[in-house]
Write a new protein. Sequence first.
Lengths: 420, 76
Amino acid sequence: MKQPNLQNISDYFISSGSQMDEFIEATDVKLATKDESARFHTGRHLAILKPGETVFDDLEKDIDREAGIRMASTNDYKAEDFSEDLLDDAEAFIYHDLGLALIGGETTQVDRLNRPDKNYVIVPEKITAIPKNQPGILKNNSTWGIKKTKSDLSAYDGQGIKVAILDTGMDLTHPDFAGRIIRHTSFVTGQGVQDRNGHGTHCIGTACGNMDNSGKRYGVAKASEIYAGKVLSNAGSGAQAWILNGMNWATNRGCHVISMSLGSPVSNGQTFDPAYERAAQYALSKGSFVVAASGNDSSRSIGIYRPISSPANCPSIFSVAAIDKNLQVADFSNRQINPGTTMNIAGPGVNIYSSWPIPKRYHTISGTSMATPHVAGIAALIFQKNSGFTPKQIGTEIGKLATILPISGIDVGRGLCVAP
Amino acid sequence: MKSVIITIDEKEIEHLSTITNSLVSCGLQVTNEFGFGVITGNADDSTIEKIKAHKEVISLKEDQPIHLSPPDSPIQ
């Protein structure tokens, strides 16, 4: 099959810097001059059945007998996904289900087909392209979590804000993070920061990522500086000592936000861990806002409600519940039960799409672990907007911005976390 | 030996190094000392009892490891 000529369109966008509207208008044959319209054609043609016509009998005969062009059709490729690469020397291809045929022959051959008495019409194949000076997104193409938190509408992107994610590390080779500022260290004995679990890369994607390879936005603070602290092994386990190391590291590196999508269950009546609280107090004293997952130990649908896990149950740590896209509490999300603990806020935590180590690249999972980095990213945006805010002021601002939900505060705190 | 997390009374933080040395003399193998008043390390049962006897120690807990769900679990 003759290859499409896409060169003209490239020249056009480099030279003129045109916008998409101009492109659409220019490629409309009825509006453009003949010379202009030719610039947006591939050199190939389409045969399209006239209204009411359903069979290509005429065309099949004409292509073969009058134009002398070798032909193939979708009937030849039913067992596999078709692409032009599969065509050998065929210069015409009939898409029976679509009622059209792609013809790659010479112009003189195609001209023999272009007659008004036929049950089809011949039109030039047009180039479809995204202008070079346009972003990849032509409509609001974001995850539900990004939309509900209005992160895609925020004027802030986390530029200059340091966000620490203490987790299973990060896939440092992930192409979505190429060019980003990334600091990293591992506190896990015998393992580097490279994430061979996936949890850490997913959380970093939500808090600090931007968009996937199709232009879908999944990250909140898309220009923030990433601090990936590995405190959980590739198997997903971590000693408390490693986590304390990570909190100390992030604090001493001046991170504005420390996000921990981790925790261990606590029993009813159990108090917070004094070592975690001390580490969090230290972080607050140095200007770091600490946020952690409230835990996934509940089964609300069968009446089981579990208390906020550790370390999210510490007074100095902002605890995060999970909600679904209908703004209902996730079945697994824990509750503020034990005295002295507070559920602070809720974030999107059901069916969350984000980055995952290569080669999988993306993954959709649920948990308060996924809700937490949404809040961490939004905290980064608030820090950017309000330079000099203390962590306590960040917490207050998150509460002010939150969308109030018709759900008890013991389940969702101040409501759904929303970007400034 | 058990991994332990020791929290020191806030009022005694300025004496943290001295306290750590005292705990080491009791048999504690220190892995880290944090300026915010937490010491991590390893100790056997008899050492743990000696450490708990220090008035500056307000908490001694065995390290509570955290375990995530497996990576293929739908809930993390």
